[in-house]
Design a binder for this molecule. Sequence first.
Ligand SMILES: Nc1ncnc2c1ncn2[C@@H]1O[C@H](COP(=O)(O)OP(=O)(O)OP(=O)(O)O)[C@@H](O)[C@H]1O
Ligand SMILES: [Mg+2]
Length: 240
Amino acid sequence: MGDVQRINTGVEGLDDLLYGGVPELNQVVVAGGPGSGKTLLSMEILYHAAKRGIPAAFIALEEDPRTVVKNFKSAFPSFSDVDDLINNGTLVVGGEDAAMRIQSTSDSESYSFGNIVSDIETIVGTNNAKLVAIDSVSLIKLMISDNLTYRKSMLALTSNLRRLGVTGIMTAEMPSSERKDLKFSQEFFIFDGILAMYQMGEADKRTLGMEIVKMRGSNHSWSLVPYEITSGGFKVYSIQ
Ligand SMILES: Nc1ncnc2c1ncn2[C@@H]1O[C@H](COP(=O)(O)OP(=O)(O)OP(=O)(O)O)[C@@H](O)[C@H]1O
Ligand SMILES: [Mg+2]
């Protein structure tokens, strides 16, 4: 079991939580409430991978890709060389067309899930990305009214990414930021891994916490650990 190939997240403390990194080809959902840091965390993982020369693609479906990069640089001044990685093509941040087409149609027929998949595949093909983030799959769910179709579609998307040799990170919105309310809807079961992010504590002393709920093909820490979003990136306090 020790010979599983992994992609390091490069995020301080997170690889310890994952016993080394995300097993290659796993499709992992990063789930959390609003503002828990899903977008920044997935972008940071791609940033570190791209710095190590792994081609990566971030597909922004909820925000303008330029806004994602702008927020990333303002949150993490020490990662401002992200522009170099974008300019040399190691990191692609796209998704604008897909996002606009999703938003401009109420009729799921006119911009179908098939279009999204092919848009995603086009972006992935730009630099033959090996690591891809999709932010978020909750938006895709809005397009597809019935649950069974959504599950089948996500299954198709994740198996397509695997076929392309891609390790995936998909962000997903959770209706609540609290751990006690954690309820995974059925579609979460198709993913290979789940990383959940919570807000904890009292209203006047909020803290953030994360845990690996599952990770196929790997053992991992079972602890719920605190994390912080600092100007030097995420800090995950995995050593207790
Ligand atoms: N410039 C910054 N400096 C410090 N912290 C920041 C900065 N920008 C954002 N943050 C922190 O990051 C959080 C937002 O991160 P992010 O956008 O990744 O969250 P999210 O989970 O993707 O949110 P949403 O559900 O709205 O998409 C903010 O709530 C804030 O705590
Ligand atoms: Mg976000």
